[in-house]
Design a binder for this molecule. Structure first.
Ligand code: SF4
Ligand code: SF4
Length: 86
């Protein structure tokens, strides 16, 4: 399994140097993860290092498409409030 960077990535470069597998690379229109290299940091760190530093909610998803930093997880804004603002 590998994580995936999706379109909400803002190309901030924060995750790229942290990846122990050198799996994250600059691309257009946003950074991408080489699925062949990504180990989900298994055996090296308790949490995926890219998601642990990513400042954008929902920019990195797991192999099932679930956001590693879901809506509201970094801002602490309750999901119900976010949905009401949408
Ligand atoms: S989960 Fe770990 S190995 Fe995979 S891209 Fe993120 S930092 Fe790299
Ligand atoms: S840390 Fe998040 S927003 Fe920044 S480049 Fe990586 S995936 Fe994109």
């Amino acid at each position: 399994m590998a994580v995936k960077i999706v379109e909400s990535c803002v190309n901030c470069w924060a995750c790229q140097p942290l990846c122990p597998s050198d799996a994250i690379y600059e691309a257009q229109p946003h950074f991408l993860v080489d699925a062949k290299r990504c180990t989900e940091c298994d055996g090296e760190y308790a949490d995926p290092q890219c998601a642990s530093i990513c400042p954008i909610e929902c920019a990195i998803v797991d192999g099932l498409g679930e956001a590693l930093n879901p809506l509201g997880s970094l801002t602490n804004i309750p999901l119900a409030k976010l949905l009401a603002m949408a």
